[in-house]
Design a protein around this ligand. Structure first.
Ligand SMILES: Nc1nc2c(c(=O)[nH]1)N[C@H]1C(S)=C(S)[C@@H](COP(=O)(O)OP(=O)(O)OC[C@H]3O[C@@H](n4cnc5c(=O)[nH]c(N)nc54)[C@H](O)[C@@H]3O)O[C@H]1N2
Ligand SMILES: Nc1nc2c(c(=O)[nH]1)N[C@H]1C(S)=C(S)[C@@H](COP(=O)(O)OP(=O)(O)OC[C@H]3O[C@@H](n4cnc5c(=O)[nH]c(N)nc54)[C@H](O)[C@@H]3O)O[C@H]1N2
Ligand code: SF4
Ligand SMILES: [Mo]
Length: 722
């Protein structure tokens, strides 16, 4: 008789909430995956993507064995054959040895993609694994995502991981810039069911106000309105808001001085941006900005937050600085209902302490820095193409740089010129397709894990959860930490595989011990979960600030490097024609970056393609109708698309979804039938493609034109958009 089905408490690792899920296992196979009603924080909340992960787990297109490229004709030809792990790692290590003997240690580059942040065993050991490769050429998805915030906090608080989160459980006013919680569930704040929290703010008489170029799904009668801003102008909006607070409304100087220095320097800077000066470029009137400042200061408590929509602008770092100062000078930093630091399981903020006041060094293309160890991904082609010390080999772990970084064809040509590309992935992606080895990773139903991110100081309701592997890995899939360590072992480098006592869990336990926990004790708790004490508002000042004098720096010298840029960008915006179109990115419920594209149930209706969404007035002015085939063109590239009217967009704004463009991924049988186009063809690459303060890629507010190629090809069911 076979054993009865069993239930395993586990959690989703697609995005930051990490929703609790309950897996049903029968005869060694996962037969069900649903929201976990017993989870003490999520209490049965998840979005539809978590349960759909079962389709990723059992997708026949998954890579189950190491694959090696064979055949001649370059990176676009040939095919892949199955090899053993030993064969794969020996050959990779041997080729890396030769490449480094010839070109030096920095000929090897490593790119770490987004899912590795949700892989606790990998993440806890990521710094050690990165050191093991002994290269300065480190890149990650972080520079497309959120490095603007890291760089700003490093300068302002003295620690890149100091991020006071909006206290959404208590706030009376929430100002939310460049984020769409309903679709994306927020980032650099871990919060369960964010929409329920936003509705609760409104229900208790508070205000939620979004600042966004689109009337986003998150804005409903139960939450709040949207101020429709011109893309890539949030810095000016925030500077204008701060100007109102410090020069018109007034602030408690003694209270600010208790926690901060550099006040006069900040005031001098902000004096450049009165609302009358910034209103025009932001598209939000001076009176409205003044009203928001009044409301923010009059509310019993007010909180503020920004995410990728602002980070990815040209002045994301300065914008986050202004945002922090709005919180501080309005008296809301470190206050219940304002912005608070949530310590979580340990004082991890100390690990991100600033090492040098000026992090810049001389690079081959002028001064450059790293953020969290990473160089700007926008410069990857430049580092490959340079004559001296070029990158010749690339290891990609859980990333798809061909689609996630700007640069399109130039990036592809640069990657295709490499001597060795290794991808570690669930799938044979477009990046894997031009590679030499595709190494099969376990998915999160196949590995033990810990929600390590929730220990990082940004959890609204902090808890720590362990999960066992729900089932054994299929085929020869291996954990990411194991794969990279195995390559290092073969390279003769000390690795996590050397000492079984010192395995990947040791680093997790080291953190847990600060809260008197271990993985073993977690295993004995309901849902293997320990709920941690809630955030103490004053911890912003007592823990998050890491400068030696314990004070927040209101005007870090480092930012002066970009003061002229802030003026130059403003002048550029003022000089633009009135009908300039600007491109933004639109995430949907039916994708996560470049993955989940091989899940057929997510390919329905309009989600079978990525059209260019356009305001109907802009379409009329250009004589375009729904379904027209158009070319979207920027200074950096062009893509074909079908135009679809969308009256949620501000005038002059067009939107596309990133992560599409898997047409050449021959191993993805669903995704390549719905290829769409890579919107990052339109984004800049190279030195002009990123914010030098933070290495953050410029991916929003890109000037484009949309011209008709053909009339009305028709598009399936265009009204169906959730
Ligand atoms: N234009 C534009 N570009 C953007 C963005 C945007 O808003 N607009 N957003 C940016 C953001 S926020 C991010 S985070 C980046 C993402 O950039 P990347 O991380 O480079 O790209 P992803 O598409 O997330 O690719 C993740 C890959 O990891 C694989 N994967 C999933 N789970 C695992 C695992 O457990 N192990 C391994 N080894 N592989 C796994 C997936 O199959 C997928 O191929 O893209 C950025 N690019
Ligand atoms: N369904 C789904 N969920 C996801 C992801 C996904 O791809 N799909 N990705 C995950 C990842 S890796 C991340 S980092 C998070 C990101 O989480 P969020 O940062 O919340 O991401 P988005 O939903 O893309 O929200 C960005 C918003 O910025 C707006 N925007 C664009 N340009 C500007 C601008 O210049 N100014 C302002 N004020 N707004 C602007 C866009 O209209 C959009 O609504 O989401 C995560 N969750
Ligand atoms: S919100 Fe994110 S973590 Fe939660 S189920 Fe959906 S994809 Fe998973
Ligand atoms: Mo991201």
């Amino acid at each position: 008789m076979s054993a009865p089905a069993r239930q395993v408490h586990t959690f989703c690792r697609i995005c930051e909430p990490g929703c609790g899920l309950l897996a049903t296992v029968d005869s060694g196979r996962v037969v069900g995956l649903r929201p976990d009603p017993d989870h003490p924080v999520h209490r049965g909340f998840s979005c539809h993507k978590g349960p759909h992960y079962l389709d990723v787990h059992s997708d026949p297109d998954r890579v189950d064995h190491p694959l090696r490229r064979v055949g001649t004709g370059g990176r676009r030809a040939g095919d892949f054959v199955r090899v053993s792990w030993d064969e794969a790692v020996r050959d990779i290590a041997g080729r890396l040895g030769e490449i480094r003997d010839k070109h030096g240690r920095n000929a090897l580059a490593v790119y770490q993609g987004n899912p590795s942040a949700f892989n606790g065993l990998y993440y806890a050991n990521a710094a050690r694994i990165a050191r093991g490769f002994d290269t300065r050429m480190r890149f990650s998805a972080g520079t497309q995502d959120t490095s603007a915030k890291y760089a700003a906090s490093e300068a302002v608080y003295g620690a890149s991981m100091a991020h006071p989160i909006p206290d959404l459980l208590h706030t009376h006013y929430f100002l939310c810039l460049g984020s769409n919680p309903q679709v994306s569930h927020m980032t650099l704040i871990h919060i369960s069911d964010p929409m329920a929290k936003l509705r609760a703010i409104a229900r208790r008489g508070g205000t939620v106000l979004f600042v966004n170029p689109r009337r986003i799904e998150s804005s409903t009668p139960e939450t709040g309105d949207v101020l429709l801003i011109t893309p890539d102008t949030d810095f000016y909006f925030l500077a204008g808001l701060l100007h109102e607070i410090v020069f018109r409304i007034g602030f408690d100087r003694a209270a600010v001085e208790r926690h901060a220095r550099g006040i006069e320097e900040l005031l001098a800077f902000v004096s450049r941006y009165p609302v009358e000066r910034v209103a025009g470029v932001t598209g939000i009137s001076a009176a409205t900005i003044a009203r928001v400042a009044d409301e923010f200061c009059a509310a019993p408590s007010a909180s503020i937050y920004m995410a990728t929509g602002v980070n990815q602008g040209r002045l994301g770092t300065l914008a986050y600085w202004m945002l922090t100062m709005v919180s501080l000078f309005s008296g809301n930093l470190g206050r219940r209902g304002g912005n608070i630091y949530s310590r979580g399981v340990a004082d991890v903020v100390q690990n991100s302490r600033r090492r040098r006041a000026d992090p810049f060094f001389d690079g081959p293309f002028g001064e450059i820095r790293t953020v969290g160890g990473d160089l700007p991904a926008a410069m990857l082609p430049d580092f490959i193409e340079q004559a001296d010390d070029p990158i010749r080999a690339l290891i990609v772990v859980s990333g798809n740089p061909l689609l996630s970084i700007g640069g399109g064809d130039r990036l592809r040509r640069a990657l295709e010129s490499l001597d060795l590309i290794v991808t570690v992935d669930l799938y044979r992606t477009v990046t894997g397709e031009i590679g030499d080895y595709i190494l099969p990773a376990t998915d999160w139903l196949e590995r033990e894990d810990i929600n390590f991110l929730n220990t990082m100081g940004v959890a609204m309701e902090p808890y720590v959860q362990y999960t066992p592997a729900v089932v054994e890995p299929v085929g020869e899939r291996r954990d990411d930490w194991w794969i990279l360590s195995r390559i290092q072992q073969e390279m003769g480098t000390p690795s996590l595989l050397d000492d079984p006592e010192d395995g990947p869990l040791a680093a997790v336990d080291a953190v847990l011990r600060e809260a008197d926990l271990t993985v073993e004790t977690l295993k004995t708790k309901p849902c293997q979960t320990e709920v941690l004490p809630e955030a103490v508002p004053s911890d912003v000042f007592d823990i998050a600030v890491q400068h030696d004098d314990g004070l927040i720096d209101c005007c870090p010298d480092l930012f002066r490097r970009s003061f002229d840029d802030a003026e130059r960008v403003l002048e550029g915006l003022v000089a633009e024609p009135d009908d300039q179109l600007k491109l933004i990115t639109r995430r949907t419920h039916f994708m996560v970056n470049s993955w989940l594209h091989n899940i057929s149930v997510l390919k329905q209706g309009v989600h079978q393609d990525n059209p260019v969404w356009m305001n109907p007035d802009d379409m009329r002015r250009r004589d375009l109708v729904d379904g027209d085939d158009v070319t979207v063109r920027s200074r950096h590239g062009a893509v074909p698309a079908v135009v679809v009217g969308d009256d949620t967009l501000r005038d002059g704004v067009v939107a596309m979804t990133h992560g599409w463009g898997q047409g050449r991924a021959r191993g993805l049988n669903v995704a390549r039938r719905h290829p769409g186009v890579n919107v990052n063809q339109l984004a800049p690459t190279g030195a002009a493609g990123y914010d030098p303060l933070s290495n953050q890629s410029h991916l929003t507010g890109i000037n484009v034109e949309v011209v008709r190629r053909r009339q009305r090809s028709g598009v399936a069911n265009i009204t169906e958009y959730f």
